[in-house]
Design a protein around this ligand. Structure first.
Ligand SMILES: NC(=O)c1ccc[n+]([C@@H]2O[C@H](COP(=O)([O-])OP(=O)(O)OC[C@H]3O[C@@H](n4cnc5c(N)ncnc54)[C@H](OP(=O)(O)O)[C@@H]3O)[C@@H](O)[C@H]2O)c1
Length: 242
């Protein structure tokens, strides 16, 4: 059975950059809601014909995520040995003004989709293939920030998941999170300018690049990190020192 790396959030930003970087060495399942964008990313990947697209809306289809992924495995007769979760959405707003639907969407995409995916990857259907999980959290999960409570707490849930899951799944599967600071991507480009200026001022090394995160993903996926599990690794250009 052929082994694949699942990358969620592969249609944009860091997920897309990671897909292109890994495409020469791994078979990929690229997941996101925007199928047109996902197809464009596949075309930019090396060996594009062998990568599989998973069209899924983590916000609206939480109860069918597991079934939809199980279908991908069955239809293609493949298993997943590595899983990198980049999918994420944000909204900056004080808690008292947050619409309940937006709260549900943020938690569904950023956190609950991970649980639904794992409910498939840890079962018989995946042939005990899984050996590496990398979840993209955020620096704000451990540093307070006005207007960011909902997004930050959805990422904080990821950090907690990593600590327990690393124990639960060892020694077969390593589980780690990456906590990026400010990286210029479509997500950050949509934030207001004053907020971006603040972030830049607070970061000794300035904004990070997508490559800064993707390089670390490559390291965590490789055997060079074989003794690292249960870690929430900060990659933030020094912002957390402030
Ligand atoms: N950029 C930063 O400074 C920064 C800092 C800390 C942490 N992060 C985290 O890093 C990750 C990647 O962020 P990015 O900056 O690269 O953001 P991005 O360019 O906005 O990418 C977000 C990805 O999530 C996918 N996604 C959003 N809603 C979805 C849904 N309902 N169903 C399925 N997929 C969905 C998007 O795909 P579709 O739009 O196609 O659905 C897209 O591929 C996120 O988890 C983010 O929270 C980013």
């Amino acid at each position: 059975m052929q082994k694949y790396t699942l990358i969620t959030g592969a249609s944009s930003g860091m997920g897309a950059a990671c897909a292109m970087e890994l495409s020469s060495i791994n078979n990929l399942i690229l997941a996101s809601e925007n199928i047109t964008q996902l197809e464009k990313v596949r075309c930019k990947c090396r060996n594009s014909e062998k990568h599989i697209l998973w069209h899924v809306d983590f916000a609206k289809e939480r109860s069918s995520v597991a079934e939809s992924l199980a279908n991908i495995l069955k239809t293609n007769d493949i298993c997943i040995d590595k899983y990198v979760h980049f999918a994420g959405i944000t909204k900056i707003l004080p808690v008292k003004l947050f619409p309940i639907n937006d709260i549900d969407n943020i938690f569904n995409v950023n956190y609950f989709s991970i649980i639904e995916i794992l409910r498939v990857l840890l079962k018989k259907i995946n042939n005990k293939a899984l050996n590496n999980i990398i979840l993209i959290s955020a620096l704000v999960s451990i540093r307070g920030n006005v207007g960011n409570s909902i997004y930050a707490s959805s990422k904080g849930a990821i950090n907690s998941l990593v600590y327990s899951l690393a124990q639960e799944l060892a020694p077969e599967i390593r589980v780690n999170a990456i906590l990026p600071g400010a990286i210029m991507t479509p997500m950050t480009r949509n934030l207001n300018e004053t907020y971006l200026e603040e972030m830049k001022k607070e970061t000794p090394l300035g904004f990070g690049t997508m490559e800064d995160v993707v390089n670390y993903v490559r390291f965590l996926l490789s055997d060079k990190s074989k003794w690292i599990t249960g870690q929430c690794v900060i990659i933030d250009g020094g912002r957390s020192t402030k």
